[in-house]
Design a binder for this molecule. Structure first.
Ligand SMILES: [Zn+2]
Length: 221
């Protein structure tokens, strides 16, 4: 369901961008401006939805449906964190090597339920710890996303006609399917990687947590 919403939002967004509807003036269209619209603004809009998708994967995987907050409530509560996370990693994630950090941060905000700087810190720690084994495919899949989007931008700029616009809309929308599959993979890895249920208050905590983030119970001695 959320995946469907993300798909529809992506298509509408890309049509708005590449048909020129939200470009203030055709005189200022440059590849950088198009990159800003198609990549940066796009991820800002879509990241909170991706976080909600990740959250729902957790709810499903851990059978939390009856005692978890509704997706919309989660989305509203997590909006600042997920947008902040997106802003932090949008530029670095164009470089392929650190690209898992973007997806890991989304998982940290949504699955570990961290806020503020903590998703950045936790994702970085997990990335440094074991990403090559656990997230080996992410840079390759993310490269496909970047290349496909670039093809769209190049087609738009070089052809400068309705066919170029159509190619741009398609090349920039299709990667959302890959992005969704990456978010699913990272979320599943994250859940297997480390969540533990606090024995005192039944709060889920990351595996490496020393204290319960809800009741403060000490896990490790
Ligand atoms: Zn607890």
């Amino acid at each position: 369901m959320v995946a469907l919403v993300i798909g529809v939002v992506s298509i509408v967004f890309q049509i708005l961008v590449w048909s020129g509807s939200i470009i203030p003036s055709w005189d200022i269209i440059t590849p950088i401006w198009l990159f800003f619209l198609g990549h940066i603004l796009f991820l800002l809009v879509v990241s909170p939805l991706l976080g909600t998708y990740s959250y729902l994967i957790k709810v499903e995987a851990l059978n939390l449906a009856e005692r978890s907050e509704p997706p919309l409530k989660f989305l509203v509560r997590k909006l600042p964190t997920l947008m902040f996370t997106a802003i932090t990693w949008i530029i670095p994630s164009v470089a392929i090597a650190p690209s898992p950090l973007f997806y890991l941060s989304i998982a940290s905000a949504s699955i570990s339920d961290y806020d503020g700087l903590n998703p950045i810190i936790e994702s970085y720690n997990r990335y440094m710890e074991d990403w090559k084994r656990k997230l080996r495919n992410i840079p390759r899949d993310h490269l496909t996303v970047v290349v496909s989007s670039l093809i769209g931008i190049v087609a738009f700029v070089i052809m400068n006609n309705p066919i170029g616009r159509l190619i741009a809309i398609v090349s920039c929308t299709v990667p959302i399917i890959i992005i969704l599959s990456i978010v699913r993979e990272v979320s599943e890895v994250w859940i297997n990687w480390g969540l533990k249920l606090c024995p005192m208050c039944k709060t889920w905590n990351p595996l490496e947590a020393v204290y319960c983030r809800n009741c403060g119970l000490r896990f490790k001695y």
